[in-house]
Ligand binder design. Structure first.
Ligand code: MN3
Length: 224
């Protein structure tokens, strides 16, 4: 009886494990860590409900397909050839995993000298970059993202994508490696900011993790 129970439990465990190819990484700070800029309730629902649903639905959508054995990057790079459920949920998973890391409760993180120079050279100034990023987020009609990415020549660019698309996908016009992204879906800000997306887009700079964006910048350049 005992052996039977263990066998049954192992089977359940194995089944769950097989379905959970992709997983959320733990949030790198507490739900209330960004309070004042992003409220605890929004963070909790966003991480534990919205983002959790993307990864669960992603695993469901690829179960029994060749994508089950591919990397997230391989899947994103041909999102346009895959079912909508794969495109939306693979994007949703990747985008949120990036999003949590580019925010931080640590005050006044700074871009590396190399990234600061690239921002100045590309956009004119940090202020001009922030304006461009805010405009990309504000102009996105409905739901989507604003991105700072590195293109195939190592140049920075700002873009925006609808829904859960991102610059790694074959379907987007401006392709590159995202190093910073702002979620402009209402679920990312509505409880605190309601219709005032612009205020959320201003507050985000108080919790931006420039250390992580700089690390991602170096990583993107090293792959060129
Ligand atoms: Mn979101």
């Amino acid at each position: 009886m005992k052996i039977f129970k263990i066998a049954a439990l192992s089977a359940v465990f194995a089944a769950q494990f097989a379905l959970a190819q992709f997983k959320q990484t733990p949030l790198p700070y507490a739900y209330n860590a960004l309070e004042g800029n992003i409220d605890a309730q929004t963070m909790e629902i966003h991480y534990s409900k919205h983002a959790a649903a993307y990864v669960a639905n992603f695993n469901k959508a690829i179960a029994g397909t060749p994508q089950e054995k591919q990397t997230l990057f391989q899947i994103l790079s041909k999102a346009g050839t895959l079912p909508m459920a794969v495109r939306n949920n693979a994007g949703g998973h990747y985008n949120h995993e990036l999003f949590w890391t580019v925010l931080t409760p640590e005050k006044n993180t700074q871009p590396s000298a190399k990234l600061a120079k690239a921002i100045n050279d590309t956009f004119g100034s940090m202020e001009a970059f922030k304006e461009k990023m805010a405009k990309a987020g504000a102009d996105r009609f409905g739901s989507g993202w604003a991105w700072l990415s590195v293109d195939k020549n190592g140049k920075l660019f700002v873009s925006s994508t609808p829904n859960q698309d991102n610059p790694l996908m074959d379907v987007v016009e401006e392709k590159g490696t995202p190093i910073f992204g702002i979620d402009v879906w209402e679920h990312a800000y509505y409880l605190k900011y309601q219709n005032k997306r612009a205020d959320y887009l201003t507050a985000i700079w108080n919790v931006t993790n420039w250390k992580e964006i700089s690390r991602r910048y170096d990583e993107a350049l090293s792959k060129k």
